[in-house]
Design a protein around this ligand. Sequence first.
Ligand code: UD1
Ligand code: CA
Length: 484
Amino acid sequence: MVFGVRDAVAGPCEISCTMSLTAIVLAAGLGKRMQSELPKVLHPAAGRPLMLYPLRAAIEAGATAIVCVVSAEVRDRAIGLCRTAMPAADVDVRVQELPQGTGDAVKVGLDGVESERVLILCGDTPLLRADDLRTLIRQLDAAPGTELALMSARVEEPSGYGRVLRDANGRVTEVREHRDLRSDAERAVQEVNAGVYVANTAALRSALERVKADNAAGEFYLTDVVALAAAGGGALAVLGHADNLLGVNDRAQLADAERLLFQRIVRRHQVAGVTVRGDAHIDDSVEIGADARIEAGVQLRGRCRIGAGTVIDAGSVITDSEIGERATVKPYSVISESRVAAGAQIGPFAHVRPGSEIDEDAHIGNFVETKKTRVRKGAKANHLAYLGDGDIGEGANVGAGTIFCNYDGFRKHKTVIGPGAFIGSDSQLVAPVQIGQNAYVATGTTVTRDVPDDALAIGRTAQENKAGYAPRLKARLAAQAKKQ
Ligand code: UD1
Ligand code: CA
């Protein structure tokens, strides 16, 4: 008797340790309905290209080898993607030269496959769950002799999908594509093919040899193997939840799929102890510490890490950035490719642009823009400032309206402010320039030369007060206005 490893070990190995399993992911179609320059399977949903989701589900379900069938155009990007997003997985990327149909794509994928079973997935079904795949494999296990099991779903609007046709006894007889349906009764069938299959490799190979392109699309349909399996050892269809099986063919379906992905991701963080309110969009690759709070309308895009206890308030958009613990990002702030350390406060309405490093307990207030600037521990720039290519020392205070004049029209230059320095409001620091430790720049100064430690820099025209002049000036201006 084969020892049922599945009984002894939980996790990804649960099912297939008794039988090797190769997953073939079909991702070489033209994706015409997307009407896009970008190949369909590379379109992002919740921050990852569509094709990455089924690849990941296949690995989680215990596939020991993965073959990804793509068009020549997508090949290099697919290889790069697998390397960066799934470095541990063994993914063999193959090219289907011409998109002659899903049956032809599987033939390309099957070449050289030695495992007894193959799992076939489509690159355009991002909601697929490993659990569903395990169920499908288990059902095939439980029906000895059966050559193929496919996942089906019951949908209100089956238009566009292949229909699962059954005989009077409920046995699957075939899958017929929408364009090839022959009667209203067939069109009314609501059980559709989800495009997910587990098959006996040898039987599948032999069936594919017999598939012809004699259908409305003139393509080699993988779905034709269902009838061949049904007439041979048998085929079965396992009903899954329609949401998990959604196929993306156009932008409307892409939007539906992404909405469901976002819901799933939010739920995952909520269960892990994060408060998420409203319609936050959190990409799949984002990590969030416990007790963080993500408010409505927040978008966390790409590779973000949000520390424990941190608040990201309403409407903020954070991309590829790291926010430390107990930090506060107040409403409507935008942070990109930057690092914000523990306890720092950003916003409201701040713009932290790429290469910014905001250290512990530093403050970046409303209408402050930083770019490639380090704001060291406890330093503050609370209102209306442009801080580009700078380094602001510990505890320094940058007043409202301060501008780092970093660009001379040709090159960027650096502004360095020493620890404890005070920059008065409405100052311009013309880079390259250094302000010394504990130095003081008087309000309204245009700084063009370095300021030594502890020095006061003041550069503005002296003020003159003309006694009693205001009423006379007003009278003159009023008379001029009347004349016109
Ligand atoms: C397919 C199924 C249909 C099912 C639906 C579920 C066939 C013939 N039809 O239809 O029964 O209801 O999925 O979503 O299989 N691809 C290739 N090479 C090709 C053609 C397609 O790799 O030559 C890939 C595509 O990139 C895509 C997948 O196969 O990821 C499915 O192709 P698609 O054109 O989307 O098939 P559907 O019309 O949706
Ligand atoms: Ca599809």
